[in-house]
Write a protein that binds this ligand. Structure first.
Ligand code: HEM
Length: 432
């Protein structure tokens, strides 16, 4: 059995390149070795990157008993703990939990649009005009508010403020290297960053479990928000999920959905500020009130050209033939969203920001995989697309965006996402 070729550098050097220069590293490997190549990452093992959309499809639609995503999500495990949450489960356990979690995130999502637009208006009204504004932190504040108010249905100010403070503190701890590096996971009598992360997680989970208890205690007054729907749902065995387990799942939704969506929104504004024609078309659509096709295309094109996640991962539970190679059990295969989105056959002029390509339809959509695919397809994809569309429409209705600096921002790693290196800076101007 032979893995695809890959750089001959020591695994420690490859890990440094992957951490600090992921995009030049992926591009160089693609140029030199073709769409399937092996990257050896110190501490994380051998990863077979797959850049060909057909191979990526094969992973997403392949046997999920062999292609194990939960086992490969080791970085998330450090933040979510060793609990059995959706993202860390595999096989039939994963499917059963997914069936339970999915209903509030599919179907009538439009009902959330009004509230998301209102929260965006409030947020944009606080942004200063006429000087550089770093959008990523602003978008993080907004997506946090959307999760707490729309997804969790929190309305009572005292509880809302308390949960916001605890979740924000937890995410800050989770973004530190202590959450990522196995060798700094030490308790040290409760004083280490790792111990504080665990304590922070326990506090947030306790507050979420309290919310679940409250909705269950008065089902008649519980709202239509996903938290209430999940609190009242029953599993295949006819029983509701225990409070603590549901609290862990709710925290997982924050971790999966918050940074990804905020990053995508910051990128969208950064790209729009540098593409005035696209921004003008979006503003005209926003002012006209006649549909939202262009806003949706802007969201999709942003997710293509600046996908927040560059790869996803599966650990092979058995040998598997993939991309013309016999891969041994234990290998990690990594569908490379970054490379799939740059396939020139599917996306002509792949580096150009051209939302129109998503209005024209065509074969390219099969290679568009910012939300992954198959049985692990992003649970929040519909919600995230709605959120992006509504937020971008509200921003374009209210303000003009001008770029800061002559060159577009480079992607830089922030925990698991690739974010704008300078925070997504724009200068806001009034819209007449
Ligand atoms: C633009 C924003 C987002 C992007 C780019 C994104 C991307 C992804 C990707 C690529 C996966 C697949 C991972 C894999 O194959 O291993 C995924 C899974 C997931 N996402 Fe998202 N996501 C976004 C927003 C959200 C939101 C808002 C939520 C929740 C409300 C969410 C919840 C999840 C969950 C629960 C999974 C795991 C699904 C499973 O394992 O069955 N995501 N996401």
């Amino acid at each position: 059995m032979a893995l695809p070729p890959g750089p001959p550098l020591p695994p420690s050097a490859q890990a440094v390149l992957w951490a600090l220069r992921p995009i030049p590293f992926m591009r160089a490997c693609r140029r030199r070795y073709g769409p399937a190549f092996t990257v050896r990452l110190a501490g994380l093992g051998e990863h077979v990157f797959l850049g060909d959309p057909a191979d990526i499809r094969a992973v997403f639609t392949g046997d999920h008993e062999i292609l194990r995503a939960g086992e490969a999500n080791t970085l998330l495990a450090s933040v979510l703990g060793r609990r059995s949450v959706l993202m860390l489960l595999d096989g039939s356990e994963h499917l059963a939990r997914r069936r339970l979690m999915l209903p509030p995130f599919r179907g009538r999502l439009e009902r959330y649009a009004g509230m998301i637009a209102g929260l965006t208006e409030e947020e944009v009204a606080r942004w200063p005009a006429g000087r550089p504004l770093e959008l990523r932190p602003r978008m993080q504040a907004l997506t946090m508010e959307i999760i707490l108010r729309v997804v969790f249905g929190m309305a009572e100010p005292g509880r809302l403020d308390a949960l916001r403070a605890q979740v924000t503190a937890l995410l800050r701890l989770a973004a530190s290297p202590a959450a990522m590096l196995p060798w700094v996971r030490r308790d040290l009598g409760g004083a280490s960053p790792w111990a504080r992360l665990q304590a922070g997680r326990a506090r947030v989970e306790a507050m979420l479990a309290e919310e679940v208890r409250a909705r269950r205690a008065s089902p008649a007054t519980a709202g239509e928000d996903p938290l209430s729907v999940l609190a009242l749902a029953r599993g295949e065995d006819g029983r509701p999920l225990p409070e603590d387990d549901l609290a862990s799942e709710l925290l997982m939704l924050v971790i999966a959905g918050h940074e990804t969506t905020a990053t995508a929104l910051a990128w969208a504004c950064e790209r729009l500020a540098r593409h005035p024609r696209a921004l003008a078309r979006l503003a005209a659509e926003a002012a006209g009130g006649g549909g939202h096709a262009y806003a949706d295309a802007v969201a999709r094109e942003t997710l293509r050209v600046r996908s927040p996640l560059s790869i996803v991962a599966r650990r092979l539970a058995a040998p598997l033939e993939m991309a013309g190679h016999d891969l041994p059990a234990g290998t990690i295969v990594a569908p490379c969203l970054f490379l799939a989105h740059r396939d020139p056959g599917r996306f002509p002029e792949p580096e150009a920001f051209r939302p129109e390509r998503f209005l024209e339809g065509g074969a390219h959509t099969a290679a568009w995989v910012p939300f992954g695919g198959g049985t692990r397809h992003c649970l929040g994809a519909g919600f995230a697309l709605l959120e992006m569309r509504v937020v971008l429409t509200a921003v374009a209705r209210r303000a003009t965006l001008a770029p800061v600096g002559a060159r577009g921002e480079r992607p830089r790693r922030r925990a698991i996402v690739l974010a704008p290196a300078r925070g997504g800076r724009v200068v806001l101007g009034p819209r007449r």
